[in-house]
Design a protein around this ligand. Sequence first.
Ligand code: SF4
Length: 195
Amino acid sequence: MACTHSKDCQLYAQFAMEPSLRLWKQRYCVSEYEQCARYQLALEGKSVPLTLLPNGRRVKQRSKEQMSAAALFNAILKQRVPMVKSMLKTGLPSERVMSADGMTPLMASASVGNVELAEIMLEHGCNPHAKNFKGETALDIALRGGFTDCARVIEKAQSKMTAEEYEMQQEENEKEDEPSVSTVVGLLKKLNPFA
Ligand code: SF4
């Protein structure tokens, strides 16, 4: 039996798309959840710190940039399209956000087969040729999931610009002003993507 807290566990929101989350899920959430330090604390009616891991260890408070990236991935995986749009309106640079294993917001959108999200990420400059650390593109991920509509959209974007042209475009974008992190974080607090 899986942990009854899985639906709302803040660990998922904080570490969305991180490889470590998959391991914790396998080790705790779908099997030995009674051993999970977060679960035990919640059972005692105590507040569960964001920094507490299932094995009882604490991680350092994550940076604002890491929290913003995790919030974006979390919203994509939950397919909360209006929330994703709001985050991107603040200038959150989706084309530069990446998980620890090289997943981009476009790849995350492809992994859930959401065409609208894939189109949004492409409009915001996500590189359809980018590869994660396994060497997969968003197109590979969409095809592996059987999401042919999503795959078609990504394939079309790939045909419009070469990988080199995308890289040049990203370099140009990076020269422009960075968005204010405090603006992004302020918005994320208001939206509460960790709910
Ligand atoms: S991390 Fe712990 S509390 Fe959260 S869903 Fe997994 S087992 Fe449950």
